[in-house]
Design a protein around this ligand. Structure first.
Ligand SMILES: Cc1cc2nc3c(=O)[nH]c(=O)nc-3n(C[C@H](O)[C@H](O)[C@H](O)COP(=O)(O)O)c2cc1C
Length: 166
């Protein structure tokens, strides 16, 4: 199997957020996709070891902040290379609460979901979310995963589903 073929799949760059007993937390994710239009449903794939996974299970809701090419790339690193277990990630960035969920202020759009189902794989939980609310926040071009790698020159850690060992 040539895993480089997977690099031809297209993604965006998102912050998947939720609550940790009243404190906002979350992680960077590329694995978000729209599953249906009506009723609107979205899926995200979150590693079992990510603290965000446990917090989504406890809260039953998650938000997706869609980052743009002009969003501060610091956010991707702050949410993608540290754990909310021992870091207050939202303490470092400006956020807004939308439909009772924490959202990154420096994003171009957000989607708030209620978990309606989940599927377990050996490493990741795929959460299926019914969309409760969604809106645009600012005018920007959504950042693609390719842009993150080729222009921002960012990398992905082992817990990202797209990780390929070099
Ligand atoms: C660009 C990028 C994409 C990522 N995509 C995912 C993803 O789709 N699913 C996932 O579980 N982790 C993904 N990660 C890894 C998590 O963001 C990372 O493991 C994070 O530290 C988990 O934080 P937590 O323990 O607070 O949940 C990604 C990281 C980066 C930088």
């Amino acid at each position: 199997m040539n895993k480089n073929a997977f690099r031809q799949l297209s993604y965006g760059v998102y912050i998947v957020s939720t609550w940790d007993k009243g404190r906002a937390t979350g992680c960077t994710a590329n694995s978000a996709m729209q599953i249906t239009s009506d009723p609107a449903t979205i899926a995200v794939s979150i590693n079992h070891d990510n603290y965000t996974n446990q917090c989504i299970q406890d809260t039953g809701r998650f938000a997706i902040s869609i980052l743009g090419e002009n969003s501060n790339p610091y956010i991707i690193g702050a949410f993608g290379f540290k754990s909310g277990r021992d870091n207050d990630k939202f303490g470092e960035v400006e956020s807004v609460v939308k439909s009772f969920m924490p959202v990154i202020a420096d994003a171009c759009a957000y989607i708030v979901c209620e978990v309606i189902d989940k599927m377990e794989t050996s490493t990741h939980t795929v959460f299926l979310g019914r969309v409760l609310d969604a809106d645009t926040l600012k005018q920007d071009t959504p950042m693609t995963y390719a842009y993150y790698h080729n222009v921002v020159k960012g990398t992905s850690p082992k817990n990202a589903p797209t990780y390929i060992a070099e």
